[in-house]
Design a binder for this molecule. Structure first.
Ligand code: AHM
Ligand code: MG
Length: 356
């Protein structure tokens, strides 16, 4: 099924018939938060890094890029070589581009100022998970890059910048991800809907293939690591039982899909409808996923696509972060499913919506 609009389909197969990411950004510049062009260049820088990361991932197994580096990151996770490559390429692209004054990465203990001379004319801060789900690279499964963009207030100085940029997700000006799957897709929002671009490897351009994405409300998929079920609260277990109940009229039953790569699970559920969950567990009492560069950007995207994201008790985008690597429980996906999860977790079973 094609997602391109009828105008885009006028001459299938020709470059005139499709829009590149760069054309799209330039065309819509007036709707972006900065009219200077700096914001367009920032998105271009991220997309260039994505192409380089993609190039490395596609040669995994041929080049010596799979496996571990022998080091651990700040979160005690063993780093993969591709984690390191992705982190380096994003930092390099944003540093070279010059539009970004501060970055925060899953792979780095602290934020990194990119304008050591204190030149804050261009005041973007970018948080990213360079290679989410990287344990999947050794087994040839899909992975992704996630990014979140904020603008800094006018009066910020270099020292204040981390505190100032640890802002609720509702203040993001852009967010997106790159899914390195059977094709490579760049999906992003600037608060005016969600658009998806597929990399044409022949010409090296991201082309608009999924304009104005909306998450279906269908009870299609649920994604959770159910191996942890003994750690789940009784309320969450009741919710899962309810979720798996067959519709007595249609016989329809929800399907389970869990890749263990958040970007891939999120992307599939965005296209099909569904719910991704990573609750608090004994091993991860505050949840596993990180607020600033995993939950917040995906929450911004899902809300822009008509869905919701919650801790189970609170909207993700309203959380006030207190550190770069803060974790949060996460329930994200189609609105009726997130609402149902919240109703169960909060003991409000009378509020469970009828599912489509
Ligand atoms: P990572 O950013 O270190 O790759 O960790 C996040 C990943 C998610 O992509 C994925 O959904 C989750 O961790 C899987 O965790 P688990 O193996 O506990 O189910
Ligand atoms: Mg991750």
């Amino acid at each position: 099924m094609s997602h391109a609009s009828s105008a885009d389909q006028a001459s299938p197969g020709t470059l005139e018939s499709v829009m590149t990411l760069e054309q799209f950004i330039l065309d819509r510049r007036e709707r972006f938060p900065q009219s200077t062009g700096a914001f367009s260049r920032l998105l271009r820088d991220v997309s260039v890094a994505a192409k380089i990361i993609n190039h490395n991932i596609r040669r995994a197994g041929i080049l010596d890029v799979v496996g571990e580096t022998g080091t651990v990151n700040v979160q005690d996770e063993r780093q993969k070589k591709l984690d390191e490559i992705a982190d380096r390429e994003l930092e390099r692209a944003l540093r070279r581009g010059g539009e970004c004054c501060l970055i925060g990465s899953e792979e780095q203990p602290d934020t990194i100022p990119l304008s050591p001379q204190g030149n804050f004319q261009e005041r973007f801060a970018v948080f990213f998970d360079p290679l989410d789900g990287s344990s999947n690279t050794d087994v040839n499964a899909s992975v992704g890059t996630i990014f979140s963009v904020y603008t800094l207030p006018e009066d910020v100085d270099e020292k204040a910048s981390l505190d100032v940029t640890l802002r609720p997700g509702s203040e993001q000006v852009a967010a997106g991800y790159v899914a390195y799957g059977s094709s490579t897709m760049f999906v992003f929002t600037t608060g005016n809907g969600v658009n998806g671009f597929t990399l044409d490897p022949g010409i090296g351009e991201f082309l608009l293939t999924h304009p104005n994405l909306q998450i279906p409300e269908a009870r299609a998929m649920y994604s959770i690591n159910e191996a942890d079920i003994e750690d789940f609260s009784p309320e969450l277990r009741s919710f899962l039982k309810w979720l798996k109940t067959k519709d007595p009229e249609t016989g329809h039953r929800i399907r389970a899909r869990y890749i263990g790569s958040f970007v891939s699970d999120f992307h599939r559920n965005l296209l099909t409808g569904g719910l991704y969950m990573y609750p608090a567990t004994v091993d991860h009492p505050k949840g596993k996923l990180r607020l600033m560069y995993e939950a917040n950007p995906m929450a911004f995207l899902v809300e822009q696509a008509g869905g919701q994201a919650s801790t189970g008790h609170q909207r993700i985008l309203d959380l006030h972060p207190d550190n770069l690597h803060q974790r949060t429980p996460l329930f994200i996906g189609s609105s009726p499913l997130v609402e149902a999860a919240e109703a169960y977790l909060q003991g409000r079973e009378e509020d469970i919506p009828d599912l489509p």
